[in-house]
Design a protein around this ligand. Sequence first.
Ligand SMILES: [Zn+2]
Ligand SMILES: [Zn+2]
Length: 262
Amino acid sequence: MYVDSHCHLAFPELAGDIDGVLARMSAAGVGRALSVCTRLDEFERIHALAMRDERIFASVGVHPDTIGGDEPTVERLIELARRPRVIAIGETGLDYYRLPEPLEWQRDRFRVHIRAAREADRPLIIHTRSAAADTLRIMREERAGEAGGVMHCFTESLQVAQAAIDMGFYISFSGIVTFKNARELQAVAAALPLDRLLIETDAPYLAPVPFRGRTNEPAFVAQVAAKLAELHGTSIDSLRAATTGNFSRCFNRLSDFSPVFS
Ligand SMILES: [Zn+2]
Ligand SMILES: [Zn+2]
């Protein structure tokens, strides 16, 4: 089976038809999905779905672009991360694209997530946009490698990917890697080792070719896998096996994970 390592099932585009989304996901051979939290007032809905459906796991975190709502503390993140079915902290990170400086609060928020992830022993889901140097610097300063995790929806250079891999992170590609104008990113994906790759949709956004412009959903992660298989000159079967195994290695810190996952 495939695993969608990053989607937002609590967003209204998907939550409004969740039974249909889950049915199409299973029909497409996507056996598991990690539903990612972007603000604390979203967490209980994400968690409730993970508790009632064994195909879904949850994360807890506040996105770097989230303004308003409760600001996370280390203690609050640890408390929520220790709930059953919560397998990651995030998404967190830095995004200098949407918001103007000063963004010291965004860097502080990122540090809070890394500290919580180390303390709770949960991997991190890291978002980075137009902020790669600061992202890597803060990861080093806060010893993010002790928690590990994933650089999600990766769009940076090979050097940035390698620096994250050197800290023990995985690199996850979204539908962007299927876009015709994504030549540079395709070259990065082709150069990375198979044992460090993850696949994701980041649904409801960024639907892969040939679904561009439609609402994205976990079923479409197979298109990302097919593109990575093509770039690596390998079969879809081996790409699927590698990325599903990588997901399990990256996120398996819980006693209740393996039986549910296998
Ligand atoms: Zn993101
Ligand atoms: Zn996301």
